[in-house]
Write a protein that binds this ligand. Structure first.
Ligand code: FAD
Length: 423
């Protein structure tokens, strides 16, 4: 197993249930991404009761609250301890190669051989920044979501936040509250209210079955896997954070950043269409919830259906912004994340560098699996509550593979991995 985030640890727990010998290699500490790669004020956007892992529900006093990063680290570390996950921390995997009968794993702390390998190294290892960032002149300070920790880091003056999904709206809100003028560049986005008919919107996503939709039942899987994260924030007030909230607060909304030419940022004029599309999709999702509520005994204590005002289109949104004038002093790129597979020496990536897999079963690499990627086996796959179902199905596949290909490996007396020197 490569990676001791919640997904790798969930798989570890299920492997132990199957008595399949394994080791979890982690380059940092357990829950490393939450310790090292998130901004200071971040809270989960999923409510605490949804942070359940196999056999490990949330047991705190605030099931409807949203965990801070130290609380997430504590929760995941507590899970690792409870299930006695065999984690080797501070062990970075530098290469994975195919060998006869399995895989050779090179790390900065020795080498291993194993029959199966589970890639649980995360879906958000590297912030994605569009190539046009190269045209930003040096006097503007740029930050990715990994480099940004709090507004005090930013120079005084205007800030351009590029991207309006969960990260972008949260950072635009925080930076605006720090007193800096914020311009938010908005492309395709997913609008959601924090609460709907008296329940958290993610309660609806789970209860109605939307989050449980399987990857092999979705019409356009590739598109669904690339959908941006929803415009949501977890706050003690359970506040909605959409573009109407931000523009009312004074954030300037502009279209998608299309180019930087001669020192000017050029924005798309398609805000009307972007907003109409996001409003329509939200409306359809709420219709789905209403249909489900009308037919389900689970939908108790729900209030009458609600509808939300359309996203307000600015009267004359700016189409360009001269970055040389000094109005903008920094840019925060909230343009998404991607996995890092530079250490994977097995030909399993497509021409875009994406892992070729069928629901987490890696294509053309028997015994290799992946977990934690967007819509891996269900819409909920990348979230904490999505790990258990995926882990159970993938470990079921893996156990079957071991039983077929190397029957000795399912016998606990015959480890399915070993130090390379032992073989
Ligand atoms: C900003 C942000 C906010 C999010 N908010 C929520 C939320 O509110 N609720 C929710 O449910 N989900 C949320 N997610 C999604 C999801 O839970 C995280 O992406 C989560 O970290 C994924 O878990 P994971 O175990 O797959 O990967 P990670 O937690 O990233 O774990 C992967 C582990 O692999 C290790 N690793 C990577 N490469 C190597 C290597 N070569 N050798 C050894 N170890 C390696 C890393 O150090 C890391 O510890 C959020 C994601 C992001 C980016």
């Amino acid at each position: 197993m490569i990676g001791a985030g919640h997904a790798g640890l969930a798989v570890s727990r299920v492997l132990s249930e199957h008595s399949i010998d394994h080791v979890v290699l982690e380059r940092g500490e357990v829950a490393n991404s939450w310790r090292c790669e998130r901004w200071d004020s971040l809270r989960l956007l999923t409510p605490n009761w949804q942070s359940r892992l196999p056999g490990y529900p949330y047991r705190g006093a605030d099931p409807d609250g949203f965990m801070t990063m130290p609380e997430v680290v504590e929760h995941i570390s507590g899970f690792a301890e409870t299930v006695s996950a065999p984690v080797r921390t501070h062990t970075t995997v530098s290469a994975v190669r195919r060998i006869n009968g399995g895989y050779h794993i090179a790390t900065d702390d020795g080498e291993l051989r194993c029959r199966c390998v589970m890639l649980a190294s995360g879906a958000a290892n590297i912030p994605h920044v569009p190539p046009l960032h190269e045209a930003v002149s040096g006097h503007i300070e740029c930050f990715t979501a990994f480099e940004y920790h709090n507004p005090e880091q930013l120079p005084a003056g205007g800030v351009l936040v590029v991207g309006a999904s969960a990260t972008g709206v949260q950072l635009a809100d925080e930076i605006h509250r720090s007193g800096r003028p914020v311009t938010l560049s908005v492309g395709e986005h997913v609008r959601l209210p924090r609460t709907y008919r008296g329940h958290d919107v993610l309660w609806w996503m789970e209860s109605s079955g939307v989050w449980n939709q399987r990857y092999d039942e979705l019409d356009d899987l590739e598109r669904v896997r690339k959908l941006p994260s929803p415009q949501l924030i977890g706050t003690p007030e359970h506040a909605t954070l959409d573009l109407n909230v931000l523009s009312t607060a004074g954030v300037e909304i502009v279209g998608r950043l299309g180019a930087i030419r001669d020192g000017c940022a050029l924005f798309s004029g398609g805000l009307l269409n972007q907003f109409a599309l996001a409003d329509l999709k939200m409306q359809r999702l709420l219709d789905t919830f209403d249909d489900w509520a009308g037919n389900s005994e689970l939908a108790v204590e729900v209030r009458p259906p609600e509808r939300f005002a359309p996203t307000r289109v600015p009267t004359s949104p700016r189409l360009s912004l001269d970055l040389r004038r000094g109005e903008i002093r920094s840019i925060v790129w909230a343009t998404g994340f991607r996995p890092d597979y530079r250490w994977l020496d097995v030909p399993v990536l497509n021409h875009k560098g994406e892992l070729r897999h069928d629901g987490g079963v890696v294509v053309d690499a028997p015994g290799m699996y992946a977990i934690g990627l967007p819509v891996l086996r269900r819409r909920k796959s990348t979230f904490i509550l999505g790990a258990e179902d995926d882990a159970r199905e993938l470990v079921g596949h893996l156990a079957h593979y071991l039983a077929q290909e190397c029957p000795d490996a399912v016998n606990p007396a015959a480890p399915s991995w070993s130090q390379a020197a032992d073989l």
